[in-house]
Ligand binder design. Structure first.
Ligand code: NAD
Length: 357
């Protein structure tokens, strides 16, 4: 370990047979996809998730059922239901499982709800991450990788976000909670040499995507002829990242130990809301009914990731174009409704049925 840490290059941790990786938030969108990738390549995975009701509990249960159906061997996939802030529960879990890698995806997500109810973000995101880093330090974890967010760039004046930029102006409690986690990760590295990587995800979409996010909502509503809400004049632009690119970046970060690093994981180019809606119309073959509303407090007008650092140190490259990603996501949506035979993802019809209920 010491030798690896001293190298200037980005060392790839030896993948001797397998790793045992704790994936927090493994019932959620990104966590379940990361867990599936790790299991498929031969690692053992321990999932912890409280399965909260931020969105449908049935979707999360369905994500877990899907993983269990693919990987029925309980010696390779363990699933625990509980709160990462619960000290006794998590101590017991660590004593039993002793994971050496942590992929911390659990958090209360969402910018707008964090303005309504900031306390839950302080609990799950700041207290939860601190608790995990305490355990990581006590149990000699080799690498702690966690989900930060592009929302930390909220107060930035630039539109092309690089990790070297000052991000001391978060504009929502959610963004502030993610920035706080990054600061804590630095502290745990400084105090205990815990290897930590903070991954700033840029709007992630794709099969099994979160139903509270615009990509899922737009595909669902435009497909069903239901009105969509467009905040602002359509010129706001987001760096939308397809789920397989994000999973690739997360796994690359798990396989390389860094002392303390922050990485943008995004597509590296933005798409305007108007172009986004046009593409969904094109691939669903339906016209959108649009209700234009004012910009929302806390929303960021532009997000575009500078991914040069992730490319250099992690070998990360986004490979799925936005149009291809939307095409695949629409195909997944259609398949889940039984209107398309093409195999595009891992969600089942019942999963989608519950997602829409
Ligand atoms: P998600 O809500 O689908 O998954 C998060 C999971 O964490 C949920 O299953 C939830 O039940 C679990 N969880 C929350 N608090 C917990 C707690 N205290 N104890 C145990 N489990 C808990 O969200 P996602 O989109 O998969 O996001 C994963 C991570 O990526 C989050 O940290 C999120 O903030 C971050 N992120 C996501 C995006 C995106 O576009 N989806 C963008 C930036 C950052």
């Amino acid at each position: 370990l010491t030798d690896l840490n001293e190298e200037a290059e980005t060392p790839v941790a030896p993948h001797v047979g397998y790793k045992k990786v704790l994936v927090t938030g493994g019932a959620g969108f990104i966590g379940s996809n990361v867990a599936e990738y790790l299991l498929a390549r031969g690692d053992d995975v321990v999932i912890v998730d409280e399965i909260n009701d931020y969105y449908s509990v049935d979707i999360k249960q369905s994500n877990l059922d899907h993983l269990r159906s693919l990987f029925p061997d309980e010696s390779r996939l363990s699933i625990y239901k509980g709160d990462i802030c619960d000290e006794k529960f998590m101590l017991d879990l660590f004593e039993k499982e002793r994971p050496k890698w942590i992929c911390h995806m659990a958090a209360r997500a969402g910018v707008r709800p964090s303005i309504q109810d900031p306390y839950i973000y302080i609990h799950s995101n700041i207290k939860g991450t601190t608790h995990l880093m305490e355990l990581a330090h006590k149990f000699g974890v080799e690498n702690f990788v966690f989900a930060s967010s592009s929302s930390v760039y909220g107060g930035s004046k630039s539109s092309y976000f690089s990790e070297s930029e000052n991000v001391d102006n978060p504009v929502s409690p959610y963004a502030a909670s993610k920035k706080a986690c990054e600061l804590l990760a630095y502290t745990y590295h400084h105090l205990y040499n815990l290897n930590t990587s903070a991954l700033r995800f840029f709007t992630v979409y794709g099969p099994r995507g979160r139903p509270d996010m615009a990509p899922f909502k737009f595909i669902d509503r435009i497909s069903r002829g239901v009105e969509i809400q467009q905040f602002g004049d359509g010129s706001s632009s987001r760096d939308y990242t397809y789920i397989s690119d994000i999973v690739e970046g997360v796994v690359r970060a798990i396989d390389r130990r860094h002392k303390y690093e922050v990485f943008n994981l995004g597509k590296g180019s933005g798409t305007s809301l108007k172009d986004f809606i046009d593409l969904v119309q094109k691939h669903t073959g339906k016209s959108a009914i649009i209700n234009v509303l004012p910009d929302q407090p806390g929303d960021v007008p532009y997000t575009c990731a500078d991914v040069n650092k992730a490319s250099k140190l992690l070998g990360y490259n986004s490979t799925v174009s936005f149009e291809e990603g939307i095409k695949r996501t629409v195909a997944w949506y259609n398949q889940a409704h039984g209107t398309n035979d093409e195999s595009v993802g891992c969600a089942t019809a019942s999963h989608m049925g519950r997602a829409l209920s």
